[in-house]
Design a protein around this ligand. Structure first.
Ligand SMILES: O=c1ccn([C@H]2C[C@H](O)[C@@H](COP(=O)(O)OP(=O)(O)OP(=O)(O)O)O2)c(=O)[nH]1
Ligand SMILES: [Mg+2]
Length: 144
């Protein structure tokens, strides 16, 4: 499917890195490097503006390599880009390591997955159907 995009960044459009990748890697669009101290969070611009069709969202997710090697993740993961959003796509990075991390211009800081979603209508009810699980959760299964 085709998605309208405005690229006001210094970089090429995000690409799928392999044939069947789910995520497009998003590059930081910076005038100068940005340093995140331990536990610090910062919004990183991408310079990208998109127009998703109705019924689609884009999810902003961390990259596992940055998370594993540097404790860098997306604070609000998965970030939600609504189909009616026309602003710049931004990435809310947080440094969960003990070391400062410096983001370079053009660094692939996160990935974006475009996904279908439903918009529901509520059917207000008094009773829900019975199931084997019932109200159990939070580790309720597999016990004698
Ligand atoms: O990681 C993100 C998350 C959101 N957005 C943009 C697109 C999204 O459509 C809009 C609103 O996001 P969200 O609904 O998560 O934030 P909110 O705190 O509920 O703000 P709002 O009241 O504007 O909906 O912000 C981003 O650029 N990056
Ligand atoms: Mg919202």
């Amino acid at each position: 499917m085709q998605i309208k995009v405005i690229n006001n960044s210094k970089h090429d459009l995000p690409q799928y890195q392999t044939e069947l990748s789910a995520g497009l890697d998003l590059r930081a669009n910076l005038d100068e490097p940005v340093t995140l101290l331990p536990l610090e969070r910062k919004l990183i611009g991408t310079g990208l503006f998109i127009e998703l069709p109705a019924g689609y969202e884009a999810q902003i997710r961390p990259r596992s390599g940055l998370a594993f090697k540097h404790g860098l993740t997306v604070l609000n993961t998965p970030g939600t880009i609504d189909a009616d959003y026309r602003g710049e796509i931004k990435v809310l990075l947080v440094n969960l390591s003990n070391e400062p991390f410096t983001v370079a211009n053009g660094e692939r800081v996160a990935q974006m997955v475009v996904a279908k979603h439903e918009q529901i209508k509520w059917q207000l009810s008094e009773l829900l159907s019975e199931t084997e699980r019932g109200t159990g959760g939070y580790g309720s299964t597999g016990k004698k």
